[in-house]
Write a protein that binds this ligand. Structure first.
Ligand SMILES: [Zn+2]
Length: 206
């Protein structure tokens, strides 16, 4: 574990509030690749994807690496807490990281989320690849809250470009429990200090 004193002033997650509408570029999602493997680490289940799923941000292109979940959600929005959060992790040619997050509140079951959960092979089956296309499960793109933060798990690297979806999905209690069982328990990092950071809302003027 990295001592707190070694961390920077731009850590994640944070409470998303007081955002400013911005006409900076928003992520344009172009996902078109299949799941390549499932990685299980303490506290996490990650679905890695083949190359072919991209995100364009202005002139820059990021490749989708993997997705994973947190229960409860890590980001709060205007102080509201959520039941779960999915993170789509991307990297560009300069090895810079960009994460798109979507939060879920408790409610109706999410069909796409259930398809992903059901596609995951049991933990004791090695090397089995879920039958899953990123094209069928992109994050919502109805505007994003954007700020510069960090990874929310060790080594808590900065900077990470964060785009938290403005639209909130729903997940059932059972789905949240399934995610938690897959990950071996709650795995959300506590809120971090925002410090002087600005939060923009991109694609929010439509
Ligand atoms: Zn995450």
């Amino acid at each position: 574990m990295t001592p707190a004193s070694h961390l920077g002033n731009g850590q994640s997650p944070i409470d998303v509030s007081g955002w400013v509408a911005s006409d900076e570029p928003e992520p344009i999602l172009g996902y078109d690749s299949d799941a390549a493997r499932v990685e299980r680490t303490p506290g996490f289940v990650m679905i890695h994807f083949d190359s072919g799923s991209e995100l364009t941000l202005g002139e820059d292109r990021y490749r989708l690496l993997q997705l994973h979940w947190h229960t409860p959600a890590e980001h709060t929005i205007d102080g509201d807490e959520f039941a779960a959060e999915v993170h789509f992790v991307h990297v560009n040619a300069q090895d810079e990281l960009l994460v798109v997050g979507t939060v879920y509140r408790l409610g109706e079951a999410d069909e796409g989320l259930q398809q992903i959960i059901d596609s995951l092979p049991p933990a004791d089956t090695a090397d089995e690849v879920p039958s899953l296309s990123a094209a069928d499960h992109p994050p919502d793109s109805d505007g994003f809250y954007h700020y510069v933060g960090s990874l929310t798990a060790a080594p808590f690297s900065e900077p990470v470009l964060w785009y938290v979806g403005r639209s909130v999905r729903t997940a059932s209690q059972r789905q949240v429990e399934q995610l938690q069982a897959l990950c071996g328990g709650p795995n959300a990092r506590p809120l971090q200090d925002r410090n002087e950071r600005t939060i923009l809302c991109v694609g929010c003027g439509r």
